[in-house]
Design a protein around this ligand. Structure first.
Ligand SMILES: Cc1cc2nc3c(=O)[nH]c(=O)nc-3n(C[C@H](O)[C@H](O)[C@H](O)COP(=O)(O)OP(=O)(O)OC[C@H]3O[C@@H](n4cnc5c(N)ncnc54)[C@H](O)[C@@H]3O)c2cc1C
Length: 531
């Protein structure tokens, strides 16, 4: 990758800072329109918010409640497009809204009929009323006391980090160059216009300068930092808001259906969603002052989620039942008096006097549409010609029709057989990396060889989702994972030890205080460790 970067001193058509959903989507869009694209991510792809979502590809029932029809329409359309283009990752998920008060049935039932109607031909299935018996059959652990029935509807569900990797691969397949562990440290200008970006290699500490015609700032909650490199002191445009999820054993919600709690005590919606044989429950909304790459769940947030979901389940989950807890920061757009070049849906695309295009807000579901808006603007800004967007019809790397979501390793799509074939090299790679995790050694080798996986954290947090499914088990699996990677990458014993130590330190933050993994720094929480 570095050689590709160095060998090419011609300015790149488009430089992108940030390898989350937004930046990767822009790389795919721009490369598929024939632009020469280079993307820099300071750590691993999707290390930021994009691996910490609720894993829903959805129109947003909450936005419907708020009457934001245009936003819901757009998200529902994008949901349909993504399901068509990444059928190996986006699946149809049924949700139940339990009805405890008489008016909830008709109220949510009618709202969800509108949701169905808005999905049009891209709908995932009709919503319907459920009797008490049907509700308990689909969600047997719902608290039966006072339960009258429920409303069932459909939305999309996915694995966020895996989609991010597949987007990176799609962009690379189209000729883009994407570099992880390459922070952008400065911008170079000539005549008041940005002409190059300064980057450093996080692992080797080498620095370099990369000429670009147009530059996009897709750094999510870090957008203000890049704007400061561009303009110095400026009016901040991002308000980071923390959302926390807890992960529980499947036994707390054993059926296939997810639950939507439409009104928590603080007026939000709360989801409990089956995911990789566990249940994800969340989320919260806590404004934070400063963005960090490793936000840490507050104990009040964990207590709040336990308490809220406890109202709905016959067996209330306790802190000790939590397998993992993860926090992410929403890049919410602040109300801004700045002249905005384009204010569209819930994302904001704006351009500075030096030509820096900054995109903020939005959600995973709408990443494709955001990318289209950004690249349209980049073409105009860089006078790069008229090139229509083609991503509506562009299959994403791994796309495979008729995916059986119950079969092991389905999430690799077209690559699945190649992952399984690695066991021929070494049959022990067919063994699980830990008895409490669904992943096998072949997946670690595959990730190291093919999925741009550089560290044990990449392997356990985003190539497999071990850290999110069971932080303690992930911590225990770290030495084996480090060893598989070290053999493939020809790394030393010292590298393995450092990787395991660093990962275990991190994993402590994925369990509630007092329940730390006990390895590395037993029991210590690293509050909002800045990078
Ligand atoms: C709790 C929570 C739940 C959510 N649930 C959903 C959901 O279910 N469905 C949905 O559609 N959306 C959901 N979202 C929203 C969605 O996750 C985000 O909108 C999306 O992931 C934002 O992506 P991004 O690329 O803009 O930001 P990020 O994913 O944060 O990417 C920005 C990247 O920029 C990199 N970067 C920063 N500075 C530099 C630099 N100097 N040099 C190089 N790289 C840099 C960072 O390392 C980071 O990886 C949720 C969000 C949260 C917080």
């Amino acid at each position: 990758m570095c050689q590709q970067m160095d060998a090419n001193r011609e300015p790149w058509d488009l430089g992108i800072i940030g390898g989350g959903a937004t930046g990767l989507g822009i790389a795919v869009d721009a490369a598929s329109r024939g632009l020469r694209v280079i993307l820099f991510e300071q750590r691993d792809f999707a290390k930021g918010t994009s691996s910490r979502s609720t894993k829903l590809i959805h129109g947003g029932v909450r936005y419907l409640q708020q009457g934001n029809i245009r936003l819901v329409m757009e998200a529902l359309r994008e949901r349909g497009i993504l399901r068509r283009n990444a059928p190996h990752l986006v699946k149809n998920q049924s949700f139940i809204i339990p009805q405890y008060k008489w008016w909830e049935g008709p109220f949510y039932g009618i709202g969800l009929k509108v949701y169905d109607w808005m999905s049009g031909s891209l709908g995932l299935g009709p919503s319907r009323y459920l009797s008490l018996e049907e509700t308990l059959e689909l969600a047997p652990t719902l608290d039966p006391e006072g339960l009258r029935g429920g409303v069932l509807y459909h939305d999309g569900q996915f694995d966020d980090a895996r989609l991010a990797i597949n987007l990176a691969q799609t962009a690379a397949d189209l000729g883009a160059v994407l570099l992880s562990y390459f922070p952008v440290t400065g911008l170079k200008k000539s005549g008041g216009r940005i002409t190059a970006i300064q980057v450093s290699d996080f692992l080797s500490e080498k620095v370099g300068e990369v000429p670009v015609k147009v530059l996009v700032n897709a750094t999510g909650v870090f957008a203000d930092e890049i704007m400061e490199m561009d303009e110095g002191k400026h009016e901040s445009i991002v308000a980071p808001s923390q959302g926390v999820h807890i992960v529980l054993e499947k036994s707390f919600l054993p059926g296939r259906a997810a639950i939507l709690v439409p009104h928590t005590d603080d007026g939000r919606v709360l989801f409990a969603v089956p995911w990789h044989d566990r249940i994800i429950v969340g989320t919260t909304d806590t404004l934070v002052d400063k963005p960090t790459l490793e936000p840490v769940a507050l104990s009040e947030e964990i207590d709040f989620i336990l308490q809220q979901i406890g109202h709905y389940l016959a067996k209330e989950p306790q802190k000790k039942d939590i397998r993992s807890v993860f926090a992410g920061l929403r890049p919410l757009v602040k109300n801004s008096s700045r002249k905005t070049a384009e204010l569209s849906r819930d994302h904001l695309v704006q351009i500075s006097s030096s030509g820096l295009i900054t995109v903020t807000g939005g959600k995973w579901t709408t990443y494709r549409r955001m990318a289209q808006d950004v690249v349209d603007m980049a073409l105009r800004e860089g006078r790069l010609g008229e090139r229509p967007c083609v991503t509506q019809q562009l299959p994403i790397h791994g796309a495979k029709e008729d995916t059986d979501f119950d079969s092991p390793l389905y999430y690799y799509g077209q690559d699945r057989d190649r992952v399984l074939a690695l066991q021929k090299e070494n049959p022990s790679l067919g063994d699980r990396i830990h008895p409490d995790l669904p992943y096998i050694g072949a997946e670690i080798l595959w990730a190291t060889r093919n999925d741009m996986c550089m560290t044990v954290e990449d392997a356990l947090s985003r190539r497999t989702r071990s850290l999110l499914l069971d932080a303690r088990a992930a911590s225990e699996a770290a030495p084996l994972v480090a060893h598989i990677m070290a053999v493939e990458l020809r790394k030393t014993d010292a590298w393995e030890e450092t990787q395991v130590r660093e990962f275990r330190l991190l994993a402590n933050n994925y369990l509630p205080e007092g329940l730390g993994t006990g390895n590395g720094t037993a029991g210590t929480m690293i509050q909002n460790k800045s990078i």
